[in-house]
Ligand binder design. Structure first.
Ligand SMILES: [Zn+2]
Length: 192
Protein backbone atom coordinates (compact mmCIF):
# COMPACT_ATOMS: atom_id res chain seq x y z
CA UNK A 1 0.00 0.00 0.00
CA UNK A 2 1.48 3.37 -1.01
CA UNK A 3 1.47 6.56 1.06
CA UNK A 4 -0.86 8.05 -1.56
CA UNK A 5 -3.37 5.20 -1.11
CA UNK A 6 -3.17 5.59 2.68
CA UNK A 7 -3.71 9.34 2.45
CA UNK A 8 -6.69 8.76 0.14
CA UNK A 9 -8.32 6.53 2.76
CA UNK A 10 -7.63 9.04 5.56
CA UNK A 11 -9.24 11.79 3.48
CA UNK A 12 -12.27 9.93 2.13
CA UNK A 13 -13.20 8.66 5.61
CA UNK A 14 -12.85 12.23 7.01
CA UNK A 15 -10.15 10.93 9.35
CA UNK A 16 -8.05 13.79 8.01
CA UNK A 17 -9.85 17.04 7.32
CA UNK A 18 -8.27 19.91 5.44
CA UNK A 19 -9.40 23.50 5.88
CA UNK A 20 -9.11 26.07 8.66
CA UNK A 21 -9.51 24.70 12.16
CA UNK A 22 -9.54 26.08 15.68
CA UNK A 23 -7.68 23.54 17.82
CA UNK A 24 -8.41 23.03 21.52
CA UNK A 25 -5.07 24.74 22.21
CA UNK A 26 -6.51 27.91 20.67
CA UNK A 27 -4.12 27.67 17.72
CA UNK A 28 -5.20 27.45 14.09
CA UNK A 29 -4.33 24.65 11.68
CA UNK A 30 -4.98 23.62 8.10
CA UNK A 31 -5.49 20.00 9.17
CA UNK A 32 -7.56 18.17 11.72
CA UNK A 33 -7.29 14.46 12.52
CA UNK A 34 -10.05 12.36 14.06
CA UNK A 35 -8.93 8.74 13.95
CA UNK A 36 -12.22 7.40 15.33
CA UNK A 37 -13.73 8.24 11.94
CA UNK A 38 -11.52 5.63 10.22
CA UNK A 39 -13.08 2.87 12.33
CA UNK A 40 -16.54 3.82 11.09
CA UNK A 41 -15.45 1.94 7.97
CA UNK A 42 -14.37 -1.62 8.78
CA UNK A 43 -13.08 -2.27 5.24
CA UNK A 44 -10.77 0.76 5.38
CA UNK A 45 -9.52 0.19 8.93
CA UNK A 46 -8.94 -3.45 8.00
CA UNK A 47 -6.83 -2.39 5.00
CA UNK A 48 -4.63 -0.04 7.06
CA UNK A 49 -4.18 -2.53 9.92
CA UNK A 50 -3.31 -5.26 7.40
CA UNK A 51 -0.68 -2.94 5.90
CA UNK A 52 0.85 -2.45 9.38
CA UNK A 53 0.62 -6.13 10.32
CA UNK A 54 2.47 -7.16 7.16
CA UNK A 55 5.48 -5.17 8.37
CA UNK A 56 5.40 -6.97 11.73
CA UNK A 57 5.40 -10.63 10.69
CA UNK A 58 9.05 -11.08 11.75
CA UNK A 59 8.37 -9.74 15.26
CA UNK A 60 6.57 -12.97 16.28
CA UNK A 61 3.98 -11.11 18.34
CA UNK A 62 2.04 -13.21 20.88
CA UNK A 63 -0.40 -10.58 22.12
CA UNK A 64 -1.74 -7.13 21.21
CA UNK A 65 -2.50 -4.52 23.88
CA UNK A 66 -3.90 -1.01 23.55
CA UNK A 67 -4.87 1.84 25.86
CA UNK A 68 -8.66 2.31 26.21
CA UNK A 69 -10.63 3.63 24.56
CA UNK A 70 -8.92 5.03 21.49
CA UNK A 71 -6.81 1.96 20.77
CA UNK A 72 -9.34 -0.81 21.41
CA UNK A 73 -10.81 -1.22 17.92
CA UNK A 74 -7.40 -0.97 16.29
CA UNK A 75 -6.04 -3.53 18.77
CA UNK A 76 -8.80 -5.97 17.84
CA UNK A 77 -8.13 -5.65 14.10
CA UNK A 78 -4.33 -5.88 14.53
CA UNK A 79 -4.76 -9.04 16.63
CA UNK A 80 -7.06 -10.49 13.96
CA UNK A 81 -4.49 -9.75 11.25
CA UNK A 82 -1.65 -11.26 13.30
CA UNK A 83 -3.70 -14.24 14.49
CA UNK A 84 -3.07 -13.53 18.19
CA UNK A 85 -4.98 -12.48 21.33
CA UNK A 86 -6.07 -8.93 22.03
CA UNK A 87 -6.44 -7.17 25.39
CA UNK A 88 -6.68 -3.55 26.50
CA UNK A 89 -5.46 -1.50 29.43
CA UNK A 90 -7.55 1.17 31.11
CA UNK A 91 -7.06 3.78 33.77
CA UNK A 92 -8.10 3.09 37.34
CA UNK A 93 -7.58 6.10 39.63
CA UNK A 94 -5.41 7.54 36.90
CA UNK A 95 -3.10 4.50 36.70
CA UNK A 96 -2.95 2.40 33.50
CA UNK A 97 -3.93 -1.07 34.58
CA UNK A 98 -5.31 -4.46 33.44
CA UNK A 99 -8.86 -5.19 34.56
CA UNK A 100 -11.41 -7.87 33.50
CA UNK A 101 -8.91 -10.65 34.36
CA UNK A 102 -6.81 -9.81 31.30
CA UNK A 103 -3.39 -11.47 31.61
CA UNK A 104 0.03 -10.95 30.06
CA UNK A 105 1.93 -14.25 30.21
CA UNK A 106 5.54 -13.90 31.42
CA UNK A 107 7.79 -13.75 28.37
CA UNK A 108 4.94 -12.94 25.93
CA UNK A 109 6.00 -10.80 22.97
CA UNK A 110 3.59 -7.87 23.04
CA UNK A 111 2.62 -5.31 20.40
CA UNK A 112 1.23 -2.02 21.79
CA UNK A 113 -1.13 -0.14 19.46
CA UNK A 114 -2.88 3.23 19.46
CA UNK A 115 -4.86 4.78 16.62
CA UNK A 116 -3.26 8.21 16.84
CA UNK A 117 -0.17 9.20 18.78
CA UNK A 118 0.63 12.82 19.62
CA UNK A 119 2.83 12.75 22.73
CA UNK A 120 2.83 8.95 23.13
CA UNK A 121 2.05 9.21 26.85
CA UNK A 122 -0.64 6.52 27.03
CA UNK A 123 1.36 4.09 24.87
CA UNK A 124 4.45 4.58 27.06
CA UNK A 125 2.35 3.77 30.13
CA UNK A 126 1.08 0.61 28.42
CA UNK A 127 4.65 -0.43 27.52
CA UNK A 128 5.66 0.07 31.16
CA UNK A 129 2.67 -2.02 32.31
CA UNK A 130 3.68 -4.86 29.95
CA UNK A 131 7.20 -4.84 31.44
CA UNK A 132 5.85 -4.84 35.00
CA UNK A 133 3.79 -7.95 34.17
CA UNK A 134 6.83 -9.75 32.77
CA UNK A 135 5.92 -9.36 29.08
CA UNK A 136 8.31 -8.20 26.37
CA UNK A 137 7.12 -5.12 24.45
CA UNK A 138 8.40 -5.67 20.91
CA UNK A 139 6.87 -2.79 18.92
CA UNK A 140 4.40 0.07 18.77
CA UNK A 141 1.82 0.24 15.95
CA UNK A 142 -0.07 3.42 15.08
CA UNK A 143 -2.42 4.45 12.29
CA UNK A 144 -1.24 8.07 12.53
CA UNK A 145 1.93 9.38 14.14
CA UNK A 146 1.16 13.05 14.61
CA UNK A 147 4.61 13.67 16.04
CA UNK A 148 6.24 12.76 12.71
CA UNK A 149 8.57 10.33 14.48
CA UNK A 150 9.55 12.75 17.27
CA UNK A 151 8.05 10.61 20.02
CA UNK A 152 10.96 8.40 21.04
CA UNK A 153 9.73 4.96 22.06
CA UNK A 154 12.51 2.62 23.19
CA UNK A 155 11.15 -0.15 20.91
CA UNK A 156 10.53 -0.10 17.12
CA UNK A 157 7.51 1.93 16.00
CA UNK A 158 5.40 1.47 12.87
CA UNK A 159 2.80 3.88 11.51
CA UNK A 160 0.62 4.08 8.39
CA UNK A 161 0.90 7.82 8.19
CA UNK A 162 3.38 10.12 9.87
CA UNK A 163 3.14 13.90 9.77
CA UNK A 164 3.38 16.78 12.16
CA UNK A 165 0.22 18.88 12.31
CA UNK A 166 1.40 22.42 11.77
CA UNK A 167 -0.45 25.02 13.84
CA UNK A 168 -0.30 28.80 14.09
CA UNK A 169 -0.87 31.45 16.72
CA UNK A 170 -4.18 33.10 15.63
CA UNK A 171 -2.41 36.40 14.93
CA UNK A 172 0.14 34.69 12.69
CA UNK A 173 -2.22 32.31 10.89
CA UNK A 174 -1.79 32.55 7.10
CA UNK A 175 -5.18 30.86 6.52
CA UNK A 176 -6.93 33.73 8.36
CA UNK A 177 -5.76 35.94 5.50
CA UNK A 178 -7.82 33.83 3.05
CA UNK A 179 -11.62 33.53 2.80
CA UNK A 180 -11.68 30.10 4.41
CA UNK A 181 -13.95 30.29 7.50
CA UNK A 182 -12.49 29.12 10.82
CA UNK A 183 -14.29 26.02 12.14
CA UNK A 184 -14.16 24.35 15.52
CA UNK A 185 -14.09 20.56 15.02
CA UNK A 186 -16.46 18.59 17.20
CA UNK A 187 -18.81 21.50 17.78
CA UNK A 188 -22.48 20.85 17.06
CA UNK A 189 -22.61 23.00 13.96
CA UNK A 190 -19.40 21.54 12.59
CA UNK A 191 -20.07 19.91 9.28
CA UNK A 192 -18.08 19.19 6.20
ZN1 LIG B 1 -6.53 31.08 11.13
Amino acid sequence: MTQEQILNILKKTDTMLEGHFLLTSGRHSNRYMQCARLFEYPQHSEALCKHLAEQMKALEVDLVISPAIGGIIMGYEMARQLGVKNIFAERENGIMTLRRNFQIPVGARVLAVEDVVTTGGSVMEVIELVRQMGGIPVAVGMIVDRSAGKVAFDIPAFSCYSAEIVSYHPEECPICKTDLPLVKPGSRNFSK
